[in-house]
Design a protein around this ligand. Sequence first.
Ligand code: AMP
Length: 442
Amino acid sequence: MAPRFQAPRGTRDLLPEDLGRWQWAEERARGVLERYGYREIRTPLFEDFELFARTSGESSDVVQKEMYRFQDLGERDLALRPEFTAGVMRAYLEHGLGGRTRIHRLWSAGPVFRYGRPQKGRYRQFSQVNCELVGSAAPGADVEMITLFVDLYQAWGFRDLTVVLNSVGQPASRRDYGERLRAWLAPVRERLSADSQQRLVANPLRVLDTKDAGDLALFRERGELPRMLDAIDAADRAHWDAVLAGLDAVGIAYEVDHGLVRGLDYYTRTAFEVHDRALGAQSALGGGGRYDGLIAELGGPPTPGVGFAIGLDRALLVLEERGAAVPAPAAGVYVAAMESTRTAALALARALRRRFPVELDIEERAFGAQMKSAGRSGARLLLIVGEEEWGRGEVVVKDLASHTQETLARAGLEAALAARLAQAPPDPPAAGARGAHRTETP
Ligand code: AMP
């Protein structure tokens, strides 16, 4: 019989066996972020709908079609966050962070929600790692952000990633560019998808987001795309040149993509993304850019910022497809008891759990059954709390990897176990002899 309830469309359960990879990725990311001096900030999963409408742009896909918008019982107009930046900037203003120090480096990670059509690498609830560098308009801030962006992927084992970059200018130069785009597409306007025709009127840059195969063929028919870089002013051009020089200096490979405009309206100047072809249509692994107008848009003092979001689901999907190994969980200790030493074993396990992963039978099963469980548990050490040994203040310790056995005193046991757990296990058995380590019943 099919289960009565299933996870809502576009959402997934991450089972314990999936989470090893997630936790490893999150830990690696946390390490990189800390070394770059970024501090974590946690904001609510939902905010006023208006906050997202204001920052992402009324005509963006996210606001128009993808928002989980709802009214609570107090009739507030709310939405699940479709991205982090708006909430983080709301918090930045609400707590007056800008008045404390000029530059803030902030990161967050967690679920975001978009009502899109689910497919491989595209979910309605997915996870992002998000970073913001608020308070500096210097090209060095963009360079730091892009370097951090690449270093996060490198910490996960990605190699040879190429960042694609563009400048999206300022609102005025974007309007100018929008006109060039309209003129460029005028000869094929009637043949564009209905969506793109609408966008061409409301917000022409958004046409470049199209995934429609017919639209893309028409772009190719038109030849070379007008370049945003030809429309930006001298100050934006100088900024752009300085960012590229900085990336060259740190050795980050990049390509300029004249069609890169990003999905949200608040970007200014630098925009960047990274793609991986293994993902097919949903190839974007992450992206970001500068948003110098965003904080003022929210009613704050004009404050520059630059940030990015990395899609964790997609990054992990790629690593999984490549068969990247997940580090095994730390091997620990299995405590086995006799009928007469169960309470002693229970207390011992509790004490050892202050330092080590410890497994213990909770069903008062026979010794043989405990031995079988120990063999399957993945524990490195088996502690046998035998009646006689325990009476002498000792336990028997078997190393399940090297099959050696010794009797150790309870006093000082923690240090002795730590030393043994830290030893590298012997070489794995040759092919053909693989499988769980066998434990013999004493
Ligand atoms: P964006 O804010 O749209 O640039 O998204 C940043 C990253 O989040 C993208 O590059 C993707 O890796 C990821 N992402 C965006 N939408 C989805 C989705 N529906 N499902 C899974 N990952 C997504």
